[in-house]
Design a binder for this molecule. Sequence first.
Ligand code: MG
Ligand code: ZN
Length: 380
Amino acid sequence: MQKRIAVLGLLVGLFACGTPNQQIVSNLQVEPNRVLAKNIILMIGDGMGLGQITAGMYANGNRLNLEQFPVVGLQKTYSYDNLITDSAASATAMACGVKTYNAAIGVNKDTIPVQSILEEAALKGLKTGLVATSTIVHATPAAFISHQPMRSMYEYIADDFLKTDIDLLIGGGYKYFNEQRKNEQSLLPKLEKKGFTISSMAKEELGDIRLSTVAKLAYFTANDSPIPEATGRDYLPKASIIAANFLNRSKKQGFFLMIEGSQIDWGGHANDTKYIISEVKDFDKAIGKILAFAKKDKETLVIVTADHETGGFAINPKSSMDSIRGAFTNSYHTGTMVPVFAYGPGSELFSGIYENTAIYHKMRKALGFDRVVEEAGSNN
Ligand code: MG
Ligand code: ZN
C-alpha cells in the first residue's frame, strides 16, 4: 500500500513542474501517520439505544458527558441466527469479531472458541480488566474472557477466568467463584495462586483497599446480581476510575479495560423509564471519570457503545425534560442500530455505519495488533 503511494507520488512528481524530490515528499504526507492507542477503554451500555441516551440526557438537565465525544458512528447489532441479537452474541461480536448465534459466549456459530481482544491483549503483555454492574460471569463481560456454548453456564464461565492472565475484575456473582459453587470446590484458592487479592463489598469498600500492595484484584460487589443504582448501588463511576488507574500503573505496557453499564438493559426489559434513566445517568458519570483520565493520559482510546437496544424505548408526546413519558414496543431487545462514541488516538476509525464485528477489528487496528500480523508475514 505504502509502495503504491510512493510510486504514485513519483509519477505525480515527474509530471508536475518543480523539483521531483520535493513533490515526492509532499505526496507521501497524504498518508497520515497512524497514531496508535496504547490503551483502550471500551464502555458498553447494555441495551442503551438512542432513546435511552436521550431520556438520560434530558432527565439530567439536558447534559451528558457523552456529548463531549468528537466522533460518533452507528453499528448494526444483528446476530448470526437472529435479526434481534442477545447480549451474548453481540458481546462476542465486539470482543471476538465474529457473528454468532444468540446465547454464544466467545464461540463462533459452530461453537468453536474464538480468541477475544482481551485475551490477545493479555498475551501481548497488556494489562486487562473487566468491570460490570451485573455478575462478572454475565454475557457481556463473559464474552471477553470465556468460551462456552451457552451463556447460562455461569460456573463454567467462572472457570475460564483462570485461563487468561486478566489483572482486574469488579462485579457481582461471588457465588460462582466461592464455596457456594455446585460443580466443584471454590475457585478462590486458584485465583489467589494466580496472584489475585480477593475482596468483596460485604467486607470492605473498594476505595479502602491498598492497591499499591495488590498485584491482581478480584472485587465482588454482590453475591449474585448487584442492586440497581436507584436502590443504593454507587460503585460504577468509582470502580471505573480505580480500574483505569490500577491497570495504568506500569506506564509501559498499555491496557485493555471493558466497563459495562449492565442494568440499562434491565430497565428496558422491565419497561421502567425511571430505571433506565437512573442507570444511564450512573453510566454517564463513569464515562465522565474515564474521559477525564483519557484527556490527561492522551494515549487512551475511549469507545462508548451499546450491544443492542432494549424495549423499543421511545419518548412519547406530553413528555418534558423533567418528566419523560417513556413508551415501549416490547419487553425484549429490538433490531435498531446503536450509536458508537469515540475519543482519543484511533477514534477516527469509528465514524460511519458498520457491523458490530467491525468494533473488534477497529480496536485491533487502533492498538496496532494488525500491524504485528503483517510484519510477522502471516498470509491472513
Ligand atoms: Mg450485559
Ligand atoms: Zn437484555
